[in-house]
Design a protein around this ligand. Sequence first.
Ligand code: XIL
Length: 345
Amino acid sequence: PTLRTAYAEDFYIGAALGWGQILEKDSAESTLIRNEFSSLTPENAMKWMHVHPKLDTFNFEYTDKLVAMADRNDQFMVGHTLIWHNQTPEWVFRDEDNDLNDSTALFGRMKDHINAIMGRYQGKIGGYDVVNEALNDDGTFRESLFYQIGGVDFIYKAFEYAAKADPEAELYYNDYSMNRPEKCDGAVQLAKAIKAKGLRIDGIGMQGHWGLERPTLEEIEASILKIGNAGLKVMITELDITVLPNPRNVEGADLSASFENNAEANPYKNGLPDSVQMALAQRYADLFELFHKHQDIITRVTLWGVHDGQSWKNNWPARGRTDYPLLFDRSLAPKPAHQAVLGVV
Ligand code: XIL
């Protein structure tokens, strides 16, 4: 069995693909991606700065290739992400005089952006992270430029434009730390407010950039249930499990420097000890046990990458480390965690 076949009855199992994995020719990696995953997400290619770098310039090269790949492989395509405060060019928020736009101008740009992408991929992209990371950890609204200019209306507008641009596509709100009760409550409240305006939202994505110990299964389960009980689909959208210590807790840490030679923050530069490898496998088994239990609510679990070498965790929140957060190793071999995930079902 593969992840894809083992979980076929439960939920989609996806991966985020980086630039180098959006492959047109057959290779060991493209075969693995086809066999193991039933859903694909662009790790970066659809973010505003890449797909729409200038006011009148769209660059659909990579998103076209990825959509074609998902089509060939019969995989559910996820659009990530339409509206996010990161990886969005400055011009989106400014007029010709470089002054901050008013909300009408900003909303006009958002509408053009959403229409162009969703119009192009109608019937090909099944669901979109319409708005990403609009909340603080306490559930209040993040003071992004979108929020400063548009207030909470920027979120309603995004969902309004998206529903019109492709009435068939599912629409999601996506965020990290959704295991925190206040943040999850904030997201559920937001979804209810969206619905109260007569607009549509189909689900909430919990990103899932987690650690070996935290968040606890109880915390994650409470959030899954809270979202599910609000009548929304739940997706784990960006799952990876760091095995490294938080570099912010390392004495004298300077987050702007490379951590390659910091033995405390980068302990597994030369390989992962068996004990940690097995702890990672157990953590993945526990998580998938929980997801399997809630297969009625969970519609997709997406890993934030295919293999460890590709993972953004090697460079975040500190650069130059060697992390092991995914299910395939740097040579594309399945790790014990892969076997453990298969063992759940
Ligand atoms: C990350 C990518 O993995 C990196 O390659 C990029 O440099 C920064 O963005 N939350 C999200 C994702 O919603 O889009 C982010 O992806 C990780 C955090």
